[in-house]
Design a protein around this ligand. Sequence first.
Ligand code: NAD
Ligand code: MG
Length: 389
Amino acid sequence: MSEEKNKKRIAIFGSTGSIGTQTLDVIAANPDKFSAEVLTAQNNAELLIEQALAFDPHVVVIGDEKKYLQVKNALAATSIKVFTGVAALEEVASMDIYDMMLAAIVGYAGLRPTLKALDAGKALALANKETLVVAGDIVMQKALENRVPVIPVDSEHSAIFQCLVGETRNRIEKVILTASGGPFIGRKPNYLVNVKREHALQHPNWSMGAKITIDSATLMNKGLEMIEAKWLFNLRPEQVQVVIHPQSIIHSMVQFEDGSIKAQMGLPDMKLPIQYAMGFPHRIKNDYPRLDFRKLPVLNFEEPDIKTFRNLALAIEALNKGGNLPCILNAANEIAVYAFLKNRINFLDMTAVIEKTMEKLPFIQHPTLEEYFESDGEARNFAADIIKL
Ligand code: NAD
Ligand code: MG
């Protein structure tokens, strides 16, 4: 077989984001192993064009239709096909031009193309946790039916996945998700009420997209990750525990039925879980900085303060009740986070919006996919009404 045929063809949905650009870094560093065949972006036409010219994919998708001509014209001299609009994402996800989808779109928007990828039998490297929060049962069922792997990119879930390699005969007692605690660890509501957008966007350990950075500051990110872990590893809610670990060196842990605990560690760098998911089951050699235990500061652990960071308490409620409640939580949270980013509401208002939406929307214990879509839309409208968007 030629080298070309041995390459894994990657479709990066959300190539211009924090995860997307780091995925391209991994591909650029391993041109013998991977090629980028699909790149998609919502708005950032300039970066998408630059990426397309550098990586020569089969197809690019620019979400914003107003930017279609800009991208089309810039790539006119190439053989790269250019698509636009929401439906194009699903269409391209179904095409037989790639092997693995790197799902790096942020939020609910990632769900539909991901479902198409699973239907088409593509392997899934999943960064987009909202996909599992909204419709985890359906996503995992589809993966099972189509016999495709779902390999987590989220660092905590990658850690758990790595701890589970070789343990197929052993049961998990619980998983312990570590959380840095974000920039406001130890703060109380009287401080949080005055927190500004710029301040909340400064994360101590990770540089990420705006939405997940705010979710990290409210601890909603950890709540979404608890739900993500439940679906990925087929756990009961009480088997998922969160511990604050400010140094982000232990990325998460698995406790087995004999009480033994395995942890996965390393310096915080998303390129590691990205390349692990892409290369699985092989680890890919790299020369990134190494962790030196002799120079390591003390590692701390503490319980999360869910009385102050109530978004986490709301997410735990959604995890416990299940049904369409995580979907409602996620939709209200997306609306609240973008309203906070636009300085429309304050930091604590985000919790109030989510809580009211969760109280008001009808609960469905076993939703169909259509019902998840409907719950998402209704929750968005309800949350936006509260904020008067
Ligand atoms: P980001 O905001 O940096 O990038 C998002 C990408 O999605 C961009 O390419 C953007 O063009 C695209 N996009 C945005 N809205 C879209 C829409 N409506 N339709 C189609 N495409 C759209 O986000 P990110 O930080 O890279 O995060 C991506 C996902 O990965 C999120 O679900 C996040 O929770 C998850 N994740 C991120 C990190 C991280 O370090 N950044 C870590 C773990 C998990
Ligand atoms: Mg994470």
